[in-house]
Design a binder for this molecule. Structure first.
Ligand code: PLP
Length: 426
């Protein structure tokens, strides 16, 4: 799963004690494990090696250039959703020809930039967007590759905010309308509409929704081919789960076992857009307990990390396993579970200093007793963690550190108060 483990009551990232990193770099602190990232990418590459597959790492989950460089070095391509993400990929030395670009609201300047950079594919989210891309490509005298994103109308059984493949979703076009889109635009000389894109939601903890979505889509591809359209690419999107609690997420091999038989021998190049499954378990966010207090029935640990550092609990009611960085033998753990049943634990709300009641990392969580100065690790923070961080309450964003074996490197320095006001014009 990852390389965050306890040795003699101390949490380590690979070969470095987290406590040492916290002392050196301060808190709140994001710590990434390079070898976890490599392992996760390798698992995907191995799992899908029997079909021609391009793995496009989903930049939105964690977009630090150092992470993108590592991903590119392992031979991965990229999935972007904005001009800014494409810019980051280029800064990281990524190959624009292997970039797929999704997103319902691409602006004219973003489209022009992507065409200039010769990206691999636009993933088309609506007829209106396709018309605009055709117009801009025509003005630029270019022919651009496009894949139509379809909504297969399957339920990925995940949070409503991250359910994207149902009919009423703002993404893509209904699968019934897809044939019509091809008939209307599919022979336009400024585009090569030769792919189908899916992204049903995230995280998807079972393989069945993929099987259902792909099966529906393959029937549609057959129909399109009968009508004379050349479809050579099927982009299955992302959504593969991360292990927020031990052993919950299927492995890439589990997904591949059921997906490969469906797509093999269909004459299709496959694209995957994993993000969370690669980065989720690859980082922790470490905070220090600043105060503890009791209020009514509630026990609070007030930490120096907050919702501006990790917003997922507030945004989605997401669960992050939290545990002290240093523990006595009594509280040693091997599994990260949602409900811990251990004598001596205290029901605790882990909250940040921000002026919002929603500023919490955990509520009513069974945790060892804590005191001022203790360090707490929030696990599975690598995806949609730092990438969603903000400066809310004028809190400078945290530092990001990448650990590779016994080496630690700052990959984004902690922001300062001066950084907060730097872009403001006085
Ligand atoms: C189009 C698309 N592809 C891929 C992803 C990555 O999903 P995940 O991080 O769950 O793999 C997303 C997430 O929102 C997405 O919208």
């Amino acid at each position: 799963m990852d390389l965050f483990n306890y040795k003699n009551g101390k949490l380590y990232c690979e070969d470095i004690a987290v406590e040492e990193l916290a002392s050196e770099f301060g808190t709140p602190l994001y710590i990434y494990s390079a070898n976890t990232i490599k392992r996760h990418i390798d698992n995907f590459q191995q799992a899908f090696k029997d079909v021609p597959t391009t793995i496009c790492y989903s930049v939105k989950v964690c977009s630090n250039i150092n992470i993108l460089k590592m991903v590119a070095a392992q031979g991965e391509a990229f999935d972007v959703v904005s001009g800014g993400e494409l810019y980051r990929v280029l800064q990281a030395g990524g190959d624009p020809g292997r970039v797929v670009y999704a997103g319902v609201g691409k602006t004219d300047s973003e489209i022009r930039y992507a065409i200039e950079q010769k990206i691999g594919y636009f993933n088309i989210e609506s007829e209106a967007e396709l018309e605009n891309i055709i117009k801009i490509a025509g003005e630029m005298g270019k022919v651009v590759n496009c894949a139509l994103r379809v909504n297969p109308d399957v339920d990925p059984k995940t949070h409503t905010y991250t359910t994207t493949g149902k009919k009423e979703s703002k993404f893509g076009v209904d699968i019934e309308r897809a044939i019509n889109v091809f008939e209307t635009y599919g022979r336009n000389p400024n585009i090569r509409l030769c792919g189908i894109h899916l992204h049903i939601g995230s995280p998807v903890y079972t393989v069945e929704p993929y099987v259902e979505a792909i099966t529906k889509t393959l029937a549609m591809i057959d129909e399109l081919r009968t009508r004379g359209f050349v479809i050579d690419t099927l982009d299955i999107g992302g959504g593969y789960a991360a292990d927020y609690t031990t052993g919950k997420a299927p492995s890439p091999a589990d997904y591949a076992r059921q997906i490969i038989p469906l797509v093999k021998d269909k004459g299709l190049k496959i694209i995957l857009e994993p993000g969370r499954s690669i980065m989720g378990n690859a980082a922790i966010m470490v905070s220090r307990v600043n105060y503890t207090k009791t209020s009514g029935e509630k026990n609070f640990a007030i930490i120096d990390g907050a919702m501006n550092d990790l917003i997922r609990p507030m945004l989605y009611g997401a669960f992050h396993f939290i545990w002290p960085v240093n523990v006595s033998e009594k509280f040693a753990i091997t599994d990260r579970q949602e409900v811990m049943d251990m004598p001596g634990l205290i029901k605790t709300d882990v909250v940040g200093p921000i002026c919002e009641s929603g500023d919490f990392l955990a509520q009513d969580r069974m945790l060892p007793p804590m005191k001022r100065g203790d360090l707490l690790a929030a696990y599975t923070a690598g995806a949609y963690g730092y990438a969603m961080a903000s400066q809310y309450n004028s809190r400078p964003r945290a530092v990001e550190v990448l650990v590779d074996g016994s080496q630690a490197k700052i990959i984004r320095r902690r922001e300062t108060w001066a950084d907060l006001v730097a872009p403001e014009l006085i």
